[in-house]
Design a protein around this ligand. Structure first.
Ligand SMILES: [Zn+2]
Length: 54
């Protein structure tokens, strides 16, 4: 169940990405994700998707 407060949701999901490989959540600027500067701290993969889905 998502939080009803928009501010809380923004804080929880803004700039948060999920590793496509091991599903670890990473907080980083989307620009850095796109530039490939962020690697998953667990599996070191560089494939991420935004955490916000619905
Ligand atoms: Zn990973």
């Amino acid at each position: 169940m998502p939080t009803k407060l928009p501010a809380a949701q923004a804080r929880m999901y803004h700039n948060v990405f999920v590793c496509k490989h091991c599903k670890t959540k990473i907080r980083a600027e989307s620009r850095k994700i796109l530039e490939g500067k962020i690697r998953c701290r667990k599996c070191l993969h560089k494939a991420f998707r935004p955490v916000r889905r619905k």
